[in-house]
Design a binder for this molecule. Sequence first.
Ligand code: GDP
Ligand code: MG
Length: 776
Amino acid sequence: MNLKELSLGKSAVITKVGGEGALRQHFLDMGVIPGAEVTVVKYAPMGDPVELQIHGYELTLRLSDAEKIEIAEIQDRKNKHERITKIDSSEHPGLGEDGKYHAKTDGEELPEGTLLTFALVGNQNSGKTTLFNKLTGANQHVGNFPGVTVDRKDGPIINFPGTLVTDLPGIYSMSPYSSEELVSRNFVLSEKPKAIINIVDATNIERNLYLTMQLLEMDVPMVVALNMMDEVRGNHGSIDINRMEALLGVPVVPISAAKNEGVAELIRHAVHIAKYQEKPVKQDFCQKEDHGGAIHRAIHAVESTIEDHAEKAGLPLRFATTKLMEGDGIIAASLNLDDNEKDMIEHAIVQMENESGMDRSAAIADMRYDFIERVCEQSVVKPAESKERIRSEKIDSVLTGKWTAIPFFIIIMAITFLLTFNVIGPFLQDILASGIDMLKEAVEAWMIRAEVNQVIQGLVIDGIFEGVGSVVSFLPIVVTLFFFLSIMEDSGYIARVAFFMDKLLRRIGLSGRSIVPLLIGFGCTVPAVMSTRTLPSRRDRRMTILLTPFMSCTAKVPIYAFFVNAFFPGRGGFIMTGLYILGILVGILVAHVYKNTLFKGEAVPFVMELPNYRMPGAKNVLQLLWEKAKDFLTKAFSIIFLATIVVWFLQSFDTHLNLTADSSKSIMAVFAGVLVPFFKPLGLGDWRVVTSLISGFIAKESVVSTMEILFAGNIATALTTATAATLMVFSLLYTPCVAAVAAIKRELGMKYALCLVLWQCALAWIVAFATRLIVR
Ligand code: GDP
Ligand code: MG
């Protein structure tokens, strides 16, 4: 029997995990291991994926993946270990009186003035962002990890000069499954932080400790921050901290990041272990009793075989051993083993597989979970069913209910868009615009008084203020949209949306999580592209970015409205809806093309945690808004600044580089003239139309304003209904504006951005041409 066949509400114990490679490793890392008990909680409204409960948390899985997992049905869930096997306790390195850290007088203290670097590592939704903000306050630096567009934030701990905490991406394991996992692992291995702060969600302790096990093997001084203790206590659970410290061999500090409890003590411990370089005292998690000692013996055999190689490669020995045994190709390559050694290792592993009856990856995962279960048996008193869990179930009965999920999703998105684009956004936009206007007038008045050169005046007023100003005026919309999105994300709703939209998006080669950027795309491509950062896989991220421009953004609405008014009075709603649908259809078509060419291979498997709903922290949200605003402004004042200067120059000068008032003589008009033949077949071979479209590259709104100026109000004489339709279709599909292209460039690089511009223009031309043939 496999997991797909298990019916709703029933429980089973996993007997075998199929699948292969990285995906299978990911299953194992998420706790889907032989011997684990699962319960089917719910099917998504469209029947796929399925929500499961495993190791006390909620996990989603596609049916096609569930099919690979074999199970045996059981009546009641029970704990795996009937009798407690004791783990040897060991005092953690900084332990002193009453389990508190002690001020050392001897020991190898790092030299005075060494920068104490900390890596903040933990699962997604464990409260990492919250803790990071508490540790560093507002004093942080945001950038990217070198070579990859994964956010990197670092900053010194408040009141502790000479420290630097880096917030690593949320991960479940140290296997190189997602780009985030690889980034985190490489950070610890090559940047060698002085210590690790491992944040653990105490309400979901088993799954979280799985990562802790691997971090301990990395042999870096470490402190465990047990977060969400307020919830554990609130549900009458408790954790014997001293016992857990003794079992894990590192300091454990109970905290509540959201309530700022225990953070000061955490900092003291962290600084202490970093300063005295107190490494974890325990790395040996394999038990002699388990599976007749098969795993234990194999690990130690492999360990002694690779000892010198690991040292040469600069890898922590125990970490290299278990990763090698799991079949990690990257580690295997860097160890540089000769054939004889490879053979010996293979023999040891095969022996282990035969004796334990499990394959290598499963055996290692099983060893870790066994240890974790023993730790928890001895130190954790679990609450029966937490208030938060019950509350989440109630909310979910509506928000992911069979008949209610999609309607509620539409309502929530509609409210978000309404508030962003019609209420709060424009309100803030007006304030900002009048601010910019006042500044502009002041600067203009000053320049006139100071008798600044006319050309410079033109550049500053018509170029910079118009261009950069029009982009900056998007800021309120971007910030407002992110406000709502970050609330949805932090509360846990986005994970649910991904859960019930997965089936639809899979058809075009994406996974459920891509729905959010695509929806934002209907508002504005810039925040849409920025929001793809939350996607777990690089392939999905790239494909999603390249699809967002097909979602017709709000800046195109004025274009449609203008032509509908002039050529199709009374049929506005019909035509506008048609255009939106056309955009989506072309997007779907293009997605199919991408799926079979650029982005071949599997859509990422949809193995995702559904965290309990939580109240988002105000500080987190504000911090995020501030980052996004800063990000956006930096861009506006760099790339867009340059672009506007170029366009202003092309519009204001003729080919002899004289300032010209007659726009038909400007370089732009000449340039547009070159492009006119391309637009002839579309019936748009008028340089004024072409110029307007070019100006639309700066901002889609300016297509209409440019046309109004150039045609001086008699547009009807230049176009017919057929060519107006063609023009609308072309506007719908051609290159995104420069702000969007800049955002895309930041995520994907220049090559992709340029190709996208050309590709969309070509596509727009083709579809527009087809439109012309159809509409007569
Ligand atoms: P990240 O995904 O690891 O960065 O987690 P976040 O910092 O975004 O936190 C996820 C959610 O948990 C947010 O809604 C936080 O407000 C909430 N949260 C974080 N720390 C605590 C805590 O100590 N107690 C409680 N009750 N909630 C917390
Ligand atoms: Mg976060």
